[in-house]
Design a protein around this ligand. Structure first.
Ligand code: SF4
Length: 628
């Protein structure tokens, strides 16, 4: 009989006990080595006679935020050069003290490189700091060095709860960062097991947190906490959704009444990833209900995690996320087919709701009351850029970083030197933003002109609106799963569009990803281009407000899918045609391209692109609508 630690609740009646299953090869690997790899992994990491790690142990690296890969550029010349990617799992974006930032930056100088060979830290949409191209001999020194700066890579990757994200802006109404840190601490993997591999001198108290099974969770579990603060410039309270909470498996939004927390609305089932050629789908979280107090919320999160641990699919990793449980359970309660929900948003939402009802029933059976959800505007999926006055009279400054690349090799300029100089001189608190940017906090009035002077020295600023509103994941050659360039394509594409006169076009955002997993959250942008092959991208478009619960859609009309394989040389023309159509034909209230597209509809867009001389030839190639 399983018991949930701390809550002493019986999970015995949940179905699909682990022992009855035929497991995926990853589950067998986890069973053999244990979650974090133990002595066997430690010996393997200390063996410097080879530059890689045995295949059977690679899955055990991941819960420690580490994965192995080789240089995909060099493989063309039959050279396989192994290195490691290492994620510092930052709960809620920080706090990172100035001393710790400079320590982490120094570690990047020693051990981490961009593709251009310069020191690099890559900020991610989950507020991680990632070290790239770390040699095997440097792996343990880097992880230990991070421990000295009070940073851990634990939970940075793998089949466990990941570091929770949170709006990083300071608030005296609702401290999202503090709640994310509490959730992160609760779901942390056993520290003692981590020390066994990376630092045998480290000691850890026994954990009172989430009780992971010996195989961990069936897949990753992402948790996000939305923000709520008083905006001094707007003179009003605002809800902030800068971490786009519905894209996580579990999302938490505070309910505020008279500046007091009246409850927490929880949503479940978000995950943007797909897999080409597999019946997979991206999904946003749907409302589960309300937990009235922080204690009940923590208990509820623990139970959501435990139901996932018990019921999630351990046979097929393509259907192992929490969203897949909702769809599987929803389909059991409806007459719809899986195929029908892939193409019809209404059927998808109906089935997902039935699945959420099932999930709620399981949690309530386990002893926790969930109150019915309410309509809640989750706020703007925006970015914290520029100066903002905090509630305590101090200042924050949000520094935009092109695609989160903290390196002097960033096409934007010497970004790493700029940040190091600001941190050395101003000594702000540092937090990472879920938009791959940095937020400096707690800056005195007297330091404001000094910081501005440093920005000027580095020629920081005057970026186009199009550039500031757009984003790319790392893509080729950094990501092992990429099929084409993403971050590398961002610069030439945006430069080309700026040169064509779209630099300061309002209401247009472009998201780029190197494959269908959507790590840059590109399907939450007005225009999304997603890698389908080397130098080939699929177009997807959003219909409706970007802050609402929509995902960009494949271009499907009359049972045909269009623009699934667009060669790179035609992308600038395709973008120009879409943007021109928006500028020339939008109504005053259509302040985003996605609102204009909602009015003209999919059919209107398809007919327009077919009739335009620059895009008509691209519309001649069609695919099966079920192909991802
Ligand atoms: S290429 Fe794919 S897997 Fe890699 S970062 Fe981009 S979206 Fe994620």
């Amino acid at each position: 009989m399983n018991k949930i630690m701390n809550y002493d609740i019986d999970l015995g009646e949940l179905e699909l006990a682990l022992s009855e299953r035929k497991l995926s090869k990853e589950e067998y690997a986890k069973q053999r080595t244990g979650l974090l790899g133990g002595e066997e992994l430690r010996k393997e990491l200390e063996d410097l006679s080879k530059s890689d790690v045995d295949q059977s142990l690679r899955i055990s690296l991941k819960p420690s935020g580490i994965y192995i890969q080789f240089d995909r550029e060099l493989i063309k010349y039959s050279v396989r050069e192994w290195f490691f990617m290492v994620r510092d799992s930052v709960w809620g974006g920080g706090d990172i003290t100035p001393e710790n930032w400079l320590g982490i930056s120094h570690l990047a100088n020693l051990y981490s490189r961009s593709e251009e060979g310069l020191p690099s830290i890559r900020l991610t949409t989950r507020q991680n700091m990632q070290f790239h191209r770390v040699a095997k001999k440097n792996l343990i020194p880097l992880v230990r060095g991070l421990m000295e700066t009070r940073h851990l890579t634990l939970n940075g990757c793998g089949d466990n709860a990941r570091n929770p994200t949170a709006c990083p802006y300071k608030s005296n109404i609702f401290d999202a960062n503090a709640l994310a840190r509490k959730i992160g601490a609760y779901f942390q993997l056993p520290l003692s097991e981590y020390y066994k591999v990376y630092n045998e001198e480290g000691t850890a108290e026994p954990s009172n947190g989430f009780k992971y099974s010996e195989y961990g969770l069936p897949r990753k579990l992402k948790i996000a906490v939305g923000g709520y603060y008083y905006d001094e410039a707007l003179h009003k309270e605002v809800r902030c959704n800068c971490n786009d909470i519905l894209t996580s498996d579990i999302s938490v939004a505070p309910i505020i009444k008279d500046k007091t927390i009246a409850g927490y609305q929880v949503y479940i089932g978000g995950s943007l990833g797909q897999k080409n050629g597999k019946p997979t789908f991206p999904s946003l979280s749907g409302p589960l209900g309300i937990f009235m107090t922080e204690e009940e919320l923590m208990k509820g999160l623990a139970l959501i995690g435990h139901v996932f641990q018990q019921v999630g699919d351990r046979k097929n990793r393509h259907s192992a996320r929490l969203k897949n449980i909702l769809i599987a359970k929803g389909l059991e309660r409806s007459a719809d087919s899986f195929e029908s929900l892939l193409l019809d948003e209404n059927i998808f939402n109906k089935v997902r709701k039935l699945g959420i009802d099932w999930y709620r029933e399981q949690i309530e059976k386990l002893g926790t009351k969930i109150y019915p959800p309410i309509e809640l505007d989750l706020g703007k999926v925006g970015r914290h850029h520029g100066w903002m006055k905090q509630f305590d009279g101090k200042w924050s400054y949000g520094l935009w970083i092109q695609n989160g690349r903290v390196s002097d090799s960033n096409p934007q300029g010497k970004v790493k030197s700029l940040i190091d100089e600001i941190v050395s001189i101003i000594k702000p608190t540092v937090r990472t933003q879920p938009t791959q940017d940095i937020l400096f906090l707690d800056i005195d009035e007297t330091s404001v002109p000094i910081l501005e002077g440093i920005l000027k020295k580095y020629n920081y600023g005057n970026y186009s609106k199009l550039r500031l509103n757009s984003e790319a994941c790392v893509g080729l050659h950094t990501c092992p799963l990429a099929v084409t360039e993403s971050e590398k394509y961002f610069q030439p594409l945006i430069m080309e569009l700026e040169a064509r006169g779209y630099a300061n076009v309002e209401g247009v955002s472009i998201g780029i990803s190197g494959c269908e997993r959507h790590c840059s959250r590109n399907i939450r942008y007005g225009i999304s281009i997603e890698g389908k092959g080397e130098g080939i991208y699929q177009l997807k478009l959003l219909f409706g407000k970007t802050d609402d619960d929509h995902l960009a859609k494949d271009i499907i009309c009359d049972d045909k899918k269009f623009l699934r394989m667009v060669p790179k040389e035609y992308i600038p023309d395709l973008m120009s045609v879409l943007i021109d159509n928006y500028i020339e034909n939008k109504k005053e209230e259509e302040y985003e391209i996605s609102l204009f597209h909602k009015r003209i509809g999919m059919g209107g867009i398809v007919r327009f692109l077919m009739s335009n001389i620059k895009t008509a030839h691209l519309m001649q190639r069609v695919s099966d609508p079920y192909l991802t």
